[in-house]
Design a protein around this ligand. Sequence first.
Ligand SMILES: [Zn+2]
Ligand SMILES: [Zn+2]
Length: 242
Amino acid sequence: MLRGLMQGLADLVYPKACLLCKKSLKGTASIDEVVCLGCWSKAKKNLPPFCTSCGRHLEKANLNKNICPACAKGKLCFDRAFSPFLYDGVIKELVRQFKYCGKMHLARTLARPMSGFIKEYGLDVDFIDYIIPVPLDRRKTREREFNQAQALSEHIGSEFNIGILADALRRNRITASQTGLEIGERFKNVEGCFSLKNEVPMANKNILLVDDVLTTGSTASEAARVLKNGGAGIVFVLTLAN
Ligand SMILES: [Zn+2]
Ligand SMILES: [Zn+2]
């Protein structure tokens, strides 16, 4: 009763507003009381057909190969990546607020379409042994106070009843920002940046790597390479956007 009253007062003083258009959410349909339905509906979906490697939408010209020109060059070490959205518009803005503005509660809202994508396309996750969040380097974790990939993993893990190995992978060193680097430079930049904790038995384990965004795939690929060197079987990647 008292709590309800306090919440009512809080809502009066700080009415909940859409994180994107800033309009009050009072009396409007919303997603988790954080984004109005109008804004959420503008999120650009990643639509099939998908590249069977990076998971991006496949243009007509490449349909016969099932793989996009970038992946045909054969750089990626994971088996396949999946993403429900394009990294653009409202999704890009929500990821920014999630990562850099400490809005950890967005994890639930952003993890839901990731789980939804698995269900919608009937991806078989029964054979996945562990979910592993792509680790941030320690400096970044301190700045942000949480690893967004881990926060997403927790929701997805509980949805599908898959255990999470939060610290199986470690960042060895602080990598320079990937922003502004050419694709080849990005792969070089992350080389050797992860290692596997010795005590984690990885032999024949199938892994779902989770991160917020897949750009060139270089970071997820490097993580997958280390997992496979440690004996992992299949490594899939699930990100919110690509
Ligand atoms: Zn809105
Ligand atoms: Zn591709």
